[in-house]
Design a binder for this molecule. Structure first.
Ligand SMILES: Nc1nc2c(c(=O)[nH]1)N[C@H]1C(S)=C(S)[C@@H](COP(=O)(O)OP(=O)(O)OC[C@H]3O[C@@H](n4cnc5c(=O)[nH]c(N)nc54)[C@H](O)[C@@H]3O)O[C@H]1N2
Ligand SMILES: Nc1nc2c(c(=O)[nH]1)N[C@H]1C(S)=C(S)[C@@H](COP(=O)(O)OP(=O)(O)OC[C@H]3O[C@@H](n4cnc5c(=O)[nH]c(N)nc54)[C@H](O)[C@@H]3O)O[C@H]1N2
Ligand code: SF4
Ligand SMILES: [Mo]
Length: 675
């Protein structure tokens, strides 16, 4: 590729592909070949010319002290981050040699690729990386650390039909924000909710914390984490048993309503109140309001999925608009991930899906430490910072310490995971390469382009995986070579109109008329276009059956529920390395008083899996019995180098094999010394 040479300041239009629902369109100013400012533009209408504070600081990450500039090869002990600078030739030569040697000696399944959010664009994952690992016959990764339970529910019930977009929120007269905190996790939704409120809409928030939106809500159900299922089932019971179910809609457009009705029958408001810790009257008030108001819209978040009941909770929440007859009007229905709305299948992966073993990414520590045949002997981490984002952190770190494990980490900065690598490969950021960013809140799909040259020797995923295909002898005729060819391959295989739009305008229009109105302009993508309120195949998968609730058996030693939601500082751990105010554990004043703790005290947060040490923030913006640490912390943020994931079990959700981060149960006590 030709170097980009400009002398004076100029602005380049691109898009933010980070794992955030919003996919902002950006204007990036460049001076003397360096990014100086990053701001929002208007190409994506929901961006509205502004962006979050963290991505405005992306330049600090690109040019900061943690940025990886060259390939590195380990020279000290595992995890000590002692490396020697290497050439790409040597580093990739070594990686290719290890991949081939592992495949030949133990079989391809001894290789485990590990990736998740990373840049989240269509080019940076499931392109030549997937081709390489499939051709190697590597173990397959179940990408379940996020959205697996909501995804399984949405797929089973609606076939992932497109959902209500931000622009239609003002049409709603009632908005229920359920397990989402857009004030941090998708800020461009906020003006639309505000507009709905100004037009007289009622706002309900279901969240154990008093989030900024909960403060403005008409009703806030501060549920105990993991108890959304009883609350949603009690609302179903009310709808069915008190004459508010829309029988006409149910008969015409759904299957399985009777089975759902039957499973909801036991959930009186009182029983749901006893489980969830919110008053029965408050749940009844929400149920009555929901039955009586249209258009009514539920924003389904991801906070309610990260526990043992997460899959069934998502099913029960997403079934509400069907039972109450809230579809078929603009601003009515539900808003969930819209990433499937484009009908894109990744036909560009250059090999059929293998039938090799599947490793659930939420059990990485187990996969590395427990005896399996063959053992995982090569771990290739990219687009992920597993050492801090995967459950049961102590076990993961112990696995990464294995002397006989060969670990490759391909990243932009020296993450906590990279510190454990045998070979570190430097990756470009989205401002140094092409990508296709598909939003999962608004319906937008945009082309991202390089704004500046690669920093240091960094290279793109496409370049590196392409070269590894070649070096392992697995490159085939017709495979794209390098990033530009990879992008053209993808553009050519997208549905024609989408590809043309992206080439011509860097932005595509979705494959249906206007903004989706569920059950009016868009329909379930199930075989019969009906909603399946009781997807039989999931009944067998869920340990307590469909809509079956698994009560927390409770452990007296660990009475507090620890949650770790997104913070405004980072996208999971991306950008979390930048300087920030001290990280503290949030605890309700009553819980603090009961333990003789005060604001600012150094504390130990512990359970049988591990311990985290940091200072305490005492407040009232969280329900008693629940404590909160931000997700995505780096090890440097706590006094003892462990984060919330050290306290999160590696058990799986009832549906979809998802992560149970919010099933962490802990006790908190004063730490005499903070290290
Ligand atoms: N700034 C920023 N934005 C992000 C991210 C980030 O890290 N930072 N991450 C991105 C990613 S990867 C994702 S998946 C999304 C997630 O975005 P959200 O859907 O907002 O999910 P979370 O932040 O996990 O949690 C949302 C809320 O759920 C609450 N909660 C926790 N447990 C429960 C429960 O059992 N029931 C209910 N009802 N509520 C509960 C939390 O208190 C929190 O306020 O955000 C994306 N956007
Ligand atoms: N305690 C707790 N932990 C959680 C959660 C929780 O609720 N609680 N939720 C989780 C959620 S919602 C998610 S989505 C996961 C996310 O977990 P991860 O997928 O590990 O996400 P990040 O921490 O953002 O790390 C992504 C890494 O990819 C790198 N990267 C970005 N672009 C590229 C690229 O083009 N090439 C390469 N090679 N690397 C790139 C970034 O620099 C970054 O280090 O974490 C989960 N972890
Ligand atoms: S992280 Fe989200 S809000 Fe921030 S610039 Fe990217 S898409 Fe926009
Ligand atoms: Mo996520």
């Amino acid at each position: 590729m030709k170097p980009i040479v400009h002398t004076s300041a100029h602005t380049v239009a691109t898009v933010c592909p980070l794992d955030c629902p919003d996919s902002c369109s950006l204007d990036v100013t460049v001076e003397k070949g360096r990014v100086t400012t990053i701001d929002g533009s208007h190409l994506n209408p929901t961006t509205g010319g502004y962006i979050c504070a963290k991505v405005r600081r992306f330049g600090e990450r690109m040019y900061g002290p943690d940025r990886l500039l060259h390939p590195l090869i380990r020279k000290g002990g595992k995890g000590l981050a002692q490396f020697e600078r290497a050439s790409w030739d040597d580093a990739l030569g070594l990686v290719a040699e290890k991949l081939i040697a592992a495949r030949d000696r133990w079989g391809g399944e001894s290789i485990l690729p590990y990736s998740y959010g990373g840049s989240n664009g269509l080019l940076t994952q499931d392109t030549s990386d997937a081709t390489l690992f499939r051709r190697l016959g590597a173990s397959r990764l179940a990408r379940t650390v996020c959205a697996a339970p909501t995804g399984a529910a949405n797929m089973g019930m609606y076939g992932k039909m497109p959902s209500v977009t931000y622009e239609d929120f003002p049409e709603a007269r009632l908005i229920i924000v359920w397990g989402a905190n857009p004030s941090a996790s998708g800020i461009h939704l906020l003006p639309y909710i505000r507009e709905a409120q100004q037009r007289g809409a009622t706002l309900v928030v279901v969240d154990p914390r008093t989030t900024p939106l909960a403060k403005q809500a008409d009703i806030h159900l501060a549920v105990t984490p993991g108890t959304d299922l009883p609350v949603a089932l009690a609302i179903h019971r009310y709808l069915f048993e008190e004459g508010h179910a829309d029988d006409t809609f149910l008969a015409a457009h759904t299957r399985g309503a009777d089975r759902l009705r039957e499973r909801a029958r036991a959930w009186t408001f009182d029983r749901a109140a006893a489980e969830s810790g919110v008053p029965a009257d408050a749940i009844r008030a929400v149920a009555e309001m929901y039955a009586a108001t249209s258009p009514a819209l539920i924003r389904c978040g991801w906070g309610s999925e990260r526990n043992r009941n997460g899959g069934n909770a998502s099913l029960a929440i997403m079934a509400l608009p069907a039972v109450a007859g809230k579809f078929g009007v603009r601003g009515g229905g539900y808003a969930m991930s819209n990433s499937a709305s484009w009908g894109i299948t990744r036909t560009w992966i250059g090999a059929p899906e293998a039938s090799t073993r599947v490793v659930n990414m939420n059990q990485l520590g187990r996969a590395l430490l427990e005896p399996t045949d063959p053992p995982v002997n090569v771990l290739f981490v990219y687009n992920s910072n597993a050492a801090v984002t995967s459950p049961d952190q102590r076990r993961v770190l112990k696995g990464l310490e294995r002397e006989d494990l060969f670990t490759v980490v391909f990243d932009q900065v020296m993450t906590d995971t990279a510190r454990y690598a045998d070979v570190v490969l430097p990756a470009t950021t989205f401002l140094e390469g092409y990508d296709l960013a598909r939003a999962y809140g608004p319906l937008s799909l945009q082309l991202g382009r390089p704004v500046v040259d690669a920093v240091g020797d960094a290279r793109s995923n496409a370049d590196v995986f392409g070269e590894l295909l070649e070096r392992t002898g697995l490159l085939m005729d017709g495979d794209p070579r390098g990033e530009l060819e990879e992008m053209l391959t993808v553009l050519n295989q997208l549905p024609e109109q989408i590809g043309n739009d992206l080439r011509d305008h860097a932005s595509a229009t979705p494959p249906f008329e206007g903004r989706p109105v569920q059950f009016q302009t868009v329909w379930p993508l199930t075989a019969d276009r009906k909603a399946d309120l009781f997807p039989e195949h999931l009944d067998a998968e869920a340990p307590a059956g469909l809509y079956g609730y698994q009560a927390d058996p409770g452990t007296p030693e660990y009475p507090l529920a620890l949650i770790s939601p997104s913070s405004e500082r980072a996208i999971t751990s991306t950008l979390a390395e930048l300087p920030r105010p001290e990280v503290r554990l949030l605890m309700h004043a009553d819980d603090a008083a009961a333990r003789g703790l005060e604001d600012g005290d150094p504390v130990r947060i512990f359970n049988a899996l591990g311990e985290v040490r940091c200072n305490l923030r005492v407040g009232v913006d969280i329900r008693p019995g629940t404590v909160s640490l931000p997700k995505g912390l780096w090890r440097k943020h706590t006094a003892n180098g462990y984060t919330a994931t050290a306290l999160a079990p590696d058990t799986l959700t009832d549906l979809g094999g998802g992560a149970c981060f919010n099933d962490a149960r802990v006790e908190v006590s004063r730490a005499e010394v903070l290290h």
